[in-house]
Design a protein. Structure first.
Lengths: 179, 145
């Protein structure tokens, strides 16, 4: 085949990329607005009694952002999981304890680590803790998903530390020191 | 017959385009949902879908692997980048992995399809071959991408 005969296929790829770019630009504003609304809805659920949230930047390490409400603060934290990062929203009340948490983004192994999204019994163990609870001691990990469980624990510790200013020892996520 | 060599890259582009467009719309409608990342198993699934489509559109299509490598890299690199789902560094990795995945799955798919085809009219052979390959690639989830 001559090079000239490849042009239709090359043109199809370029046209498809161009169309997607155009659609992406057209939808970007609406998408950001809806994402912000979804985040605000989550923040209101995590901190009942708070209606207005002040956005502050994170610590540049694990804590991505802080949202201060009238009844506490929510931290958006990102920690390394089994393969990809795990992102959590952790609410800390005026007393410096966790009042609510939810997994905002995770791509853990289906059937194992992905249970951090749905295992409410596991997530509920972090409520009322001050960020020092350790997996294998106070926190019972998800069976077969110790790394993912530790990622959640590390996120909670980092959130409490960033909000209260108390230095909470963070557990290492790597696999070697699993209990 | 000459143009049949272009059917696979074009069907792949169409599959990838539809997948990315659907994800863009779903992200808009359901912003709180967590969408799966486009990783190796997803890339292979798209390649296999394109090959199944090609099998029905042009059962005797030929393949130019150099062309597949080039157009596969362009499709997997440019389309997710255009959709705004990846940065350019990730697009480069995706382009390289996608191009290799397309060539390898094409070779395996064609071989398997011909093995499974018993000479009788067997309309489900491409689907069966794609299913076998998709199941075989599952242990690679989370690897490379």
């Amino acid at each position: 085949m001559k090079v000239k005969e490849y042009v239709p296929a090359l043109g199809a790829v370029l046209l498809a990329a161009l169309l997607l770019t155009a659609v992406s630009f057209a939808l970007r504003g609406m998408q950001e607005e809806r994402s912000r609304a979804a985040l605000e809805q989550q923040l209101t659920l995590l901190l009942p009694g708070s209606t207005d949230f002040t956005h502050r930047s994170g610590d540049g390490h694990l804590v991505q952002a802080l949202y201060e409400g009238q009844t506490g603060t929510v931290a958006r934290v990102r920690c390394p999981g089994y393969v990809y990062d795990v992102e959590l929203l952790v609410a800390v009340g005026e007393e410096g304890t966790v009042t609510g948490l939810t997994v905002w983004d995770a791509h853990e192994t289906v059937g194992l680590g992905s249970d951090i999204l749905t295992d409410h019994t596991f997530l509920a163990q972090f409520l009322t803790t001050d960020g020092t609870a350790e997996v294998g001691e106070e926190i019972r990990p998800i069976s077969g998903a110790t790394v993912s469980s530790r990622a959640v624990s590390r996120c909670v510790g980092a959130a409490v530390s960033a909000i209260t200013g108390v230095d909470v020892p963070s557990q290492a996520t790597p696999w070697g020191d699993a209990p | 017959m000459k143009k049949n060599v272009l059917i696979l890259p074009v069907t792949l582009t169409a599959m990838l385009w539809l997948y990315l467009l659907a994800e863009m719309v779903l992200r808009l409608v359901l912003p709180q949902l967590i969408f799966p990342r486009l990783e190796l198993t997803g890339v292979v699934l798209l390649c296999l879908a394109a090959q199944v489509a090609e099998s029905y559109l042009a059962p005797h299509a030929r393949h130019n692997y150099l062309l597949l490598l080039l157009l596969g890299a362009l499709a997997f690199g440019l389309l997710p980048l255009g959709a705004g789902f990846v940065h350019w560094q990730q697009a480069l990795v995706l382009a390289a992995a996608g191009a290799v995945a397309l060539c390898v799955t094409t070779f395996l798919f064609v071989s398997l399809r011909h093995r499974l085809d018993d000479g009788q009219r067997a309309p489900l052979t491409p689907l069966l071959a794609a299913l076998c390959l998709y199941l075989a690639v599952q242990p690679l989830r989370g690897v490379l991408l």
